[in-house]
Design a protein around this ligand. Structure first.
Ligand code: SF4
Length: 274
C-alpha cells in the first residue's frame, strides 16, 4: 500500500520496494551494488541526471518536489541470507541518502546499522549533506567506508542557482572536516565542477578539510539536460561567468598546484581500498 503525505514543498510517498540492492552498471560499474533508500530527491539540483530516470513525465517535471521512501528497505536487507562481506556498495546512485527527510526517518541510518552489524561491505556514501555527520558513530563501525561529499563551487551565488535547496558549501566542507577528525576516509567530489570564483583559495579550502581524495569533472552544459524550468538560469550563468571547457581546464590546472593528486572523471569514482 502507498501512503502519501506533504512535508513543506515535498510530496512524500511511502511505498514498498521489490529490492534494495541493484547490480551496478555504467558510470559506477566498478562497484558490485548500488543501494538507494529513497527514490527521488528533494535537493532538486538543476543538473541532476537522476531526474531523467524518473518513471513518468510528471515525476520528471516535478523533480525536487517529491521523494519516495522505500519503507521496507530495512526488512529486505534483514531477509538477505548471503552476507555482503567484501562486496562494494555505492550509496546512492539516484538519490541523496541524507536528503532532508532522512533527518526525521533515519532510514539510511537503520540500513547502515544493519550493514555494519551483519555484512561489513566496502561502502561508499555519496552525499551533499552535513547530516551524514550524525551517523559518525555507525560509520566508524565499518572496516571499509568512504564518504564522498560533493562540493561543486566556492561561490554561494552559483550554488543557489544549481543546488537551490542543498546545504551551503561551507557546511559541507565543515562536515568533511568532522568526518576526517573522526578517523573516517573522505573524498571531495567536485562533480560537476561549476563556475569557481577563486580556484587557488578553493583548492586550499578543500585540502584543509583533511579529505583523502579529490575528484573533479567538467560539466558540459551544451550536452546536458536540466531539470524542468531550470535550464535558462543555469545556461545564463554559464555565459555570464564564461564557463567553458577552456575555463574549466585552466581552473583545474591552478587547483592541481595545491591538489597534485586530483583525480578526474569516472576513474576517480572507482573504489581504492587499503
Ligand atoms: S543531491 Fe544528487 S540525487 Fe539529489 S537532486 Fe542533487 S544530484 Fe540529484
Amino acid at each position: 500500500m502507498t501512503t502519501i503525505t506533504q512535508i513543506g514543498h515535498s510530496r512524500v510517498e511511502f511505498k514498498p520496494s521489490k529490492s534494495i540492492l541493484t547490480r551496478s552498471s555504467g558510470y559506477i560499474g566498478t562497484f558490485d551494488y548500488t543501494l538507494n533508500p529513497y527514490g527521488g530527491c528533494t535537493f532538486g539540483c538543476t543538473y541532476c541526471y537522476a531526474a531523467f530516470f524518473a518513471r513518468t513525465e510528471t515525476l520528471k517535471a516535478e523533480w525536487g518536489n517529491w521523494v519516495q521512501v522505500k519503507e521496507n528497505a530495512l526488512d529486505l536487507l534483514k531477509k538477505r541470507r548471503r552476507p555482503l562481506n567484501g562486496q562494494t556498495i555505492y550509496m546512492s546512485s539516484v538519490t541523496d541518502p541524507y536528503q532532508p527527510i532522512e533527518k526525521e526517518l533515519e532510514l539510511t541510518r537503520a540500513i547502515l546499522e544493519e550493514l555494519a552489524a551483519y555484512h561489513q561491505p566496502r561502502l561508499v556514501i555519496q552525499t551533499r549533506s552535513p547530516l551524514v555527520t550524525r551517523d559518525i558513530d555507525v560509520l566508524t563501525q565499518f572496516q571499509h567506508v568512504q564518504i564522498n561529499m560533493t562540493v561543486t563551487t566556492d561561490d554561494e551565488a552559483v550554488r543557489r542557482v544549481f543546488e537551490p535547496t542543498c546545504p551551503s558549501n561551507a557546511r559541507r566542507l565543515e562536515a568533511v572536516q568532522r568526518l576526517h577528525q573522526a578517523g573516517l576516509r573522505t573524498c571531495i567530489t567536485m562533480t560537476p565542477l561549476l563556475p569557481v570564483r577563486d580556484p587557488q583559495q578553493f583548492a586550499e579550502a578543500v585540502l584543509a578539510t583533511g579529505a583523502d581524495k579529490f575528484v573533479v569533472q567538467h560539466f558540459h552544459a551544451s550536452e546536458r539536460r536540466f531539470v524542468a524550468g531550470t535550464g535558462n538560469a543555469a545556461l545564463d550563468l554559464f555565459e555570464e561567468r564564461r564557463w567553458t571547457a577552456e575555463t574549466y581546464a585552466r581552473v583545474v590546472m591552478i587547483m592541481r598546484q595545491t591538489l597534485p593528486d586530483l583525480w578526474e572523471g569516472q576513474a576517480g569514482f572507482a573504489p581504492v581500498w587499503d
